[in-house]
Design a binder for this molecule. Sequence first.
Ligand code: DP6
Length: 347
Amino acid sequence: SVYRATTTAPVNIAVIKYWGKRDTTLNLPTNSSLSVTLSQRSLRTLTTASCSGNFPAEDTLNLNGKPQDIRSSKRTLACISSLRAHRKALEDADSSLPALSKFPLRIVSENNFPTAAGLASSAAGFAALVRAVADLYQLPQSPKELSRIARQGSGSACRSLMGGYVAWRTGELADGSDSLAEEVAPASHWPEMCALVLVVSAEKKDVPSTEGMQTTVGTSALFAERAQNVVPQRMAAIETAIRDRNFPDFAEITMRDSNTFHATCLDSWPPIFYMNDVSRAAVRLVHDINRVVGRTVAAYTFDAGPNAVIYYEDKDSELVAGTVKAILGPNTEGWDGAFYDRIANVT
Ligand code: DP6
């Protein structure tokens, strides 16, 4: 017989960015980070994991219709072997359970958005993989415990196992066992929060984030300053802003942290550029909207690519999303993309 589990995982967009590893093998971050999990209606990964004693001997992974070489992906192997070890422990404790840990796995995964477009596809991808295999294996581990496994796939993936507002605590232990994601607030705490994703360019990013952050860690003087002296205060301040549903504070911290992160990229050697002219036009537009309205109604943030994510509250949707779409749409020079609309009535 064939055992099977299907699941979806959402994209998350950090407002305090993870950038830099203190341990590249265990994938441990230099600083804590915090993200908002988006609704799965427009951006998500759908993954099915199955296993059977009748499958050909090796584990397989198919991503968006293409078979992947699983043996060359250390990260995928690390996730699968952790999950299998947890299953094996269950089977060792209860001999009536089928020996799924001995069966080859077949994992099929599909995104409903362009891969590697700077849209955090690795986050949703590894979160869905871990959740699907954990469901298949009927593991008792909580999302927080599973985040330890997803982190080994991709750091940002550990934050996609939970909805709402999620912190990834850097942790202190050398073995990384306390480097976990946890929910700061559920989506229902601040359901007015919305996000508009401007896909400026759906092309693959210039410098993959894993490589980019290593260059920054090794060469930027500003990087250490951000990790040690800037992020800890910002983490505390944004958690307070979320608790109080204080959008102006949430927005200012979000925008400043995106800018500081991109400043450390520019301070790397050789410098790394993720934002382009359209990205900078989006930054100016958000500041213009906030100035003209006379209060902070919108916040931008950029990951390792040119695409902008704009956070705003539902009541300001016409003002923010309407204006951004009218001004930075397909007629903008350099524009090559699409909008994903109102995707976070956070999941
Ligand atoms: C800029 O999670 O993709 O999006 O752990 O090497 O897979 P790896 O990196 P990844 O980095 C994400 C970087 C970021 C910021 C963030 O999501 O916090």
